[in-house]
Design a protein around this ligand. Sequence first.
Ligand SMILES: *[C@@H]1O[C@H](CO)[C@@H](O)[C@H](O)[C@H]1NC(C)=O
Ligand SMILES: *[C@@H]1O[C@H](CO)[C@@H](O)[C@H](O)[C@H]1NC(C)=O
Ligand SMILES: *[C@@H]1O[C@H](CO)[C@@H](O)[C@H](O)[C@H]1NC(C)=O
Ligand SMILES: *[C@@H]1O[C@H](CO)[C@@H](O)[C@H](O)[C@H]1NC(C)=O
Ligand SMILES: *[C@@H]1O[C@H](CO)[C@@H](O)[C@H](O)[C@H]1NC(C)=O
Length: 393
Amino acid sequence: MGPSRRSLLLSPPLSLLLRSLVLLSLSSRGQAVQAENVTVFEGGKAQISCRLQNYDGSIVVIQNPRRQTLFFNGTRALKDDRFQMVLFTQRLVQITLTNVSVSDEGGYFCQLYTDDTHHQVATLTVIVPPEVPAIEAKTQAVEGGEVELTCLSPRSKPPATLRWIRDRREIPGVVSQQDNGKTVSVSNTIRIPVERRDNGAAISCEASHPALEGQKKVRHYRLDVHFAPTVKINPPQGILREGDSLTLTCSVSGNPLPRNIQWSRVNDTLPERAETSGNTLLMSRLSQSHNGTYLCQAHNNYGRAADHYTLLVYDPGAVVETHSAVPYAVVGGVLALLVFTIICVLIVTIWCSVRQKGSYLTHEASGLDEHGDVQEAFLNGNDTSQGKKEYLL
Ligand SMILES: *[C@@H]1O[C@H](CO)[C@@H](O)[C@H](O)[C@H]1NC(C)=O
Ligand SMILES: *[C@@H]1O[C@H](CO)[C@@H](O)[C@H](O)[C@H]1NC(C)=O
Ligand SMILES: *[C@@H]1O[C@H](CO)[C@@H](O)[C@H](O)[C@H]1NC(C)=O
Ligand SMILES: *[C@@H]1O[C@H](CO)[C@@H](O)[C@H](O)[C@H]1NC(C)=O
Ligand SMILES: *[C@@H]1O[C@H](CO)[C@@H](O)[C@H](O)[C@H]1NC(C)=O
């Protein structure tokens, strides 16, 4: 909107009229005008009211903060269609301003033309609530390092309050404000250490503002932590024999996820019939020439990783059986035998100890008899054994 459009449109005859009105107003005392302050959101609609007391038909002038006349007694003076006169009664003059911008802010003058010195000012205050803030990462987050995150609310009035939240707790940051004329740009910068486990962690920045009435404008963010890859080959179950087919799968992690996975055989080339597709290596109709140590390797900008699998292809048939299934049976049999032996030994030991105790007791009891024997034998004469024999018989 150019300055020409906003210029005051007072035609010469009107100026003449004004002069006569000034004279007229001198005779009209007791009139008064009152203005009310207005607060409105940017882009909204403001209603500016001038209350009249004892209005006697004088000219009412409404001016903008730059003291350009908007309405001259109900007649539009400034070419700005956003202003509309909606009411002009003996008590109230009302104009509206649509699509309010911060540059419309300031004092609007309501005055009776007769009384230039006693104008009333309606102060228009424009509020700019913040938008959802933006989050910027200054540097790429790498495991073991720190990440600097800035939350930015570029425009608000009055300034918004920015808070970093992680796991419902506030992370204190460095807040700075920059005046951009009528509005303020606010930022809050944090530095946090990051590990591999923080990749994908949720963090958010909340903007609060009086105009939001307790609501918050929240920007969610997921930490993107770069880390070196890890690889792991999932080994096949059981043994492999000639003619079997084998699919090796390599589990790869890393951020960024390694794009290429290299399969190789240590000190050798991959078998001719091996097919690689991404993280899988397929070998059909295995033969012993496939024996070897296979490597899965992956890398990204942050490092490289490898895992290996040693493949042994066995002859089909009994030889394989004795090497695989039978040892388990043998081990199981040996174990069972061992347990059986231990139980037997235990039983025998217990039985023997019980028996030994019993025999000791009988022996002790018979000891007395023997003693008696000896005494009797001694009394009976020289042939003790005979005496004993006799006694026992
Ligand atoms: C209107 O706003 C102005 C400027 O902020 C202030 O000085 C004045 O007291 C306010 N008037 C009323 C009636 O609130
Ligand atoms: C100003 O406008 C009001 C309302 O339309 C009218 O009553 C009054 O006569 C006007 N005054 C002049 C001087 O034209
Ligand atoms: C409101 O004003 C802004 C500039 O202040 C302008 O860009 C926008 O188009 C306007 N909207 C309407 C609906 O007039
Ligand atoms: C590869 O060759 C080197 C040197 O000849 C040897 O030391 C190494 O053990 C071999 N590795 C395998 C897995 O065969
Ligand atoms: C492959 O491995 C099996 C099992 O250890 C072995 O019996 C066979 O001799 C090996 N073959 C070759 C060609 O190395």
